[in-house]
Design a protein around this ligand. Structure first.
Ligand SMILES: NC(=O)c1ccc[n+]([C@@H]2O[C@H](COP(=O)([O-])OP(=O)(O)OC[C@H]3O[C@@H](n4cnc5c(N)ncnc54)[C@H](OP(=O)(O)O)[C@@H]3O)[C@@H](O)[C@H]2O)c1
Length: 294
């Protein structure tokens, strides 16, 4: 694997899993509202195949997406999976027929979720499973996650899960989980305009644990900032590329999983490893989080 391609590499701590820092998030492959099949199933398959052909070896997914649809598309596009491809999935929610997102946190639901993911992805074991806490609806909420992490650790001992991560969690929840098992990654909401996790990112970096921002481009509310646009223009890049490049510069333990249903956007996102931000550009981008929301 070339060291510098796609932002360089990262090895999840205590594992043999090494990935390129620019990966892909598969949530956008389901239909509108992350529900049902995509409008253009061939395009969804094309995005996944192009990502892997370009060297992406870290794909984030979930059976909540669709539900099940995204995992089924991944299987259709990529199975049998190339050596070295790391698929990261998450558990902790379910999607009832009203399309809402509801917690699914009992041992029975988590065990069923692992078997659903194994079946839909066509795997005997899952590389990394994140326990995704539902939190308050607006972000993480302090509550014990010991029962859920213990269930995943049991499934790890059974050989169905290789490694465990967490999503939508606080620093205290990471610490609680670490009393039960090794945590290899944390996936929380973070981008250059929303930086609640700055201290957590630095703590995780010191421990060698990956921090994987979800909504790296703002998710359902795409990032918009005149500062971002002007830095991007000087860089000869798009604002979205500049936002991703800032994340790569922010900390060496940050792994990117931007989501897109478009091959053109995928190519733009994969190119950000080539962008270099000057100290001045970084300073300007660092100030965006303090700007009033547009
Ligand atoms: N753990 C969690 O709770 C959680 C929550 C949300 C997401 N996730 C994961 O994180 C991944 C990333 O989050 P996300 O997909 O929700 O949000 P995101 O990556 O911040 O943004 C995705 C949006 O940006 C657009 N986009 C992507 N690349 C672009 C580009 N180069 N130029 C312009 N627009 C672009 C996409 O539209 P197009 O399709 O038109 O490109 C889509 O509307 C997801 O795919 C999922 O795997 C996890």
């Amino acid at each position: 694997m070339s060291e510098s391609k796609l932002g360089g590499q990262f090895t999840f701590p205590g594992t043999s899993l090494t990935v390129r820092r620019i990966g892909y998030g598969a949530m956008q492959l389901a239909g509108p509202g992350v529900w049902g099949p995509p409008k253009d199933p061939d395009a969804a398959v094309a995005v996944l195949r192009e990502a892997v052909a370009a060297g992406v070896n870290h794909i984030d997914t979930s059976d909540f997406y669709g539900p099940h649809v995204t995992n089924q598309i991944i299987r259709q596009a990529l199975h049998p999976y190339p050596a070295g491809l790391v698929l990261v999935t998450k558990l902790g929610a379910r999607r009832p027929a009203d399309k809402s997102w509801q917690p699914a946190t009992s041992p029975r639901e988590l065990i069923a979720g692992v078997h659903d993911n194994l079946r839909n992805l066509g795997l005997d074991a899952l590389d990394i499973v994140n326990y995704r806490s539902m939190g308050s609806g607006h972000g993480p909420e302090e509550m014990s996650i010991a029962e859920q992490v213990t269930t995943l650790a049991d499934l790890q001992r059974d050989g169905l899960i290789r490694h465990i991560g967490l999503s939508n969690v606080t620093a205290a929840q990471v610490a609680e989980a670490q009393t039960i098992t090794d945590v290899v990654c944390v996936q929380n909401n973070y981008n250059l305009a929303f930086r609640h996790d700055d201290a957590l990112i630095d703590d995780l970096a010191r421990a060698g644990i990956a921090y994987v921002p979800f909504f790296p481009l703002g998710g359902f509310s795409p990032l918009q900032s005149s500062t971002l646009s002007s830095v991007a223009e000087r860089l000869g890049a798009t604002p979205m590329q500049t936002a991703l490049a800032w994340l790569l510069h922010r900390s060496p333990n940050i792994l990117l999983i931007p989501g897109t249903s478009s091959v053109a956007h995928l190519r733009e996102n994969l190119a950000v490893g080539e962008l270099t931000l000057s100290a001045g550009a970084l300073e300007e981008l660092d100030r965006i989080a303090a700007e009033p929301v547009a």
